[in-house]
Design a protein around this ligand. Structure first.
Ligand SMILES: O=P(O)(O)O[C@@H]1[C@@H](OP(=O)(O)O)[C@H](OP(=O)(O)O)[C@H](O)[C@H](OP(=O)(O)O)[C@H]1OP(=O)(O)O
Ligand SMILES: Nc1ncnc2c1ncn2[C@@H]1O[C@H](COP(=O)(O)OP(=O)(O)OP(=O)(O)O)[C@@H](O)[C@H]1O
Length: 429
């Protein structure tokens, strides 16, 4: 993933060996703490190996004194583009992004109590106003897309699905020493809003900062202009339309920033799951006939140079071969991973004379921070999850069409009310 996201943003960690008894005890200790929905996953307690990662709630790449106050914002931005593939069968997928559609299904399933106004297309737009709106929406309804840590401890966000902390006054109390270190007591809604605004401003600047280059930067990239640059369901977009403005600005992202790289990796999903699924089936069919080929095809790795080389072919012309199908499947797995990763923005206050040239520094109104931006949770999504993706995509879209779009459209709404198994009637015109 370093090839796509860049050396500085990715921390691959180290494989370390642990005593089996320690791992067993650890597993027992954390199990009751895990949210119920994640209990279907087990920790590997038998291999005796673990992955040791740096603590990404601390700024990386230079040493900080131990006592330094630390602030970290974790964002899981999700998919930042609307599918542009001609394989998409439902027009709605070209208008409303997957995150916004999925919100309705998640609320209906009880995963979250309320829908969020966050839309990934606003965050990935590179337009400051849209980014501010997206970040404010994340702060209003964090779900599993936003967490804030102070000195490594979670102070804002969801500990589990039921327990979401979203008290802005409490957040402002935590943040005040970072943003207004020598400025009286914080109180009142005005102060809270000022501090939250400062936070949003700093997050925006760090997200747009370019601190790395990567190999895939030389690769012919997917044009960011493909597809629509805004989502019709975004609350920001709806507000503009209400005010009679129809042109949504998308300033574009600086090429070196992590959001740009994340979006590029996400856009390796060029065919959409609808175009990809038949190719997955082609690979499956081949493997049924030649199961011994699984390792040669590098389905489960190794994810080495040869694997990376095969990912560089961005053509979408299907020549009917297994090789073509496999390349698209592997590119899709990279894209899926990039659609589900998290960005860690670590900040630590610094004084003016401490800010040497090697350090990345971001300025707030009354303070300055050294910072680093990293990406987390980059283990490649499994080949086996593709059928699940296909099924889920259908469920998300169908739920949206039936329960959200149909309600906005009175004709459709009555049709659904009258008959659950809807029949399409074609009239001569
Ligand atoms: O499919 P999605 O978009 O719901 O993403 C899943 C995430 O749900 P989210 O939408 O972010 O609330 C889901 O997040 P939660 O565990 O619900 O916080 C996982 O990250 C899941 O990945 P994996 O199967 O555990 O490797 C994610 O599944 P993948 O699609 O990445 O496999
Ligand atoms: N290196 C790190 N530094 C700081 N925090 C981390 C680090 N790695 C993980 N975390 C925290 O732990 C959370 C879960 O990590 P991650 O998403 O990698 O786990 P996972 O593999 O999805 O877990 P699961 O076992 O539930 O599948 C992250 O969202 C982040 O808040």
């Amino acid at each position: 993933m370093k090839q796509f996201f860049g050396e500085n943003y990715v921390h691959h960690g180290e494989i370390i060996q642990l005593p089996l008894d320690f791992v067993r005890q650890l597993c027992l200790k954390i199990q009751p703490e895990r949210p119920e929905c994640r209990c279907d996953k087990d920790m590997d307690t038998l291999s005796g190996f673990a992955m040791c990662l740096p603590n990404l709630t601390r700024p990386q790449s230079y040493r900080l004194a131990e006592h330094r106050p630390l602030l970290c914002i974790e964002i899981k931005p999700k998919c930042g583009f609307i599918p542009f593939s001609s394989h998409v069968s439902q027009e709605i997928k070209h208008k409303v992004c997957r995150y916004c559609m999925h919100q309705h299904l998640k609320v209906a399933n009880g995963k979250w109590k309320r829908p969020s106004k966050y839309c990934p297309l606003d965050l990935f737009s590179g337009n400051k106003q849209r980014m501010h709106f997206a970040l404010k929406s994340l702060l209003q309804e964090a779900q599993n897309n936003l967490k804030i840590f102070k000195n490594g401890e979670l102070i804002y966000g969801c500990k589990d699905d039921q327990d979401c902390v979203s008290d802005w006054n409490e957040l402002a109390r935590h943040l005040k020493p970072f943003f207004f270190p020598s400025n009286g007591l914080v109180s009142g809604p005005h102060c809270t809003r000022t501090i939250v605004k400062e936070l949003i401003q700093v997050i925006t600047m760090t997200l747009l900062s370019s601190t790395d280059t990567c190999r895939a930067g030389d690769m012919k990239t997917v044009p960011v202009s493909q597809g629509r640059s805004y989502c019709e369901a975004s609350a920001f977009n709806k507000e503009l339309v209400r005010n009679g403005k129809h042109k949504l600005e998308s300033s574009g992202l600086p090429r070196g920033c992590l959001l740009y790289k994340t979006l590029q990796a996400q856009m390796l999903d060029m065919l959409d799951i609808e175009g990809l699924y038949p190719l997955y089936s082609r690979v499956e069919q081949y493997l049924e006939e030649f199961p011994e080929e699984r390792s040669t095809l590098q389905i489960d790795g190794p994810y080495n140079e040869a694997f990376y080389e095969k990912l560089l072919d961005l053509s979408t012309e299907d020549d009917g071969t297994v090789a073509f199908a496999l390349t698209k499947v592997q590119q899709y797995r990279i894209a899926m991973t990039a659609k589900d990763c998290s960005i860690m923005i670590a900040l630590s206050p610094c004084l003016q004379d401490e800010c040497s040239e090697q350090r990345s520094v971001v300025l707030a109104s009354k303070s300055r921070f050294t910072f680093s931006v990293s990406v987390l949770d980059l283990d490649l999504k499994p080949y086996e999850s593709i059928p699940h993706q296909y099924k889920l995509d259908g469920e998300i879209v169908n739920y949206y069409l039936k329960n959200v779009q149909a309600k906005d459209d009175p004709v459709m709404s009555n049709l659904f009310k009258e008959n659950e198994d809807c029949t399409l009637v074609l009239h001569k015109v």
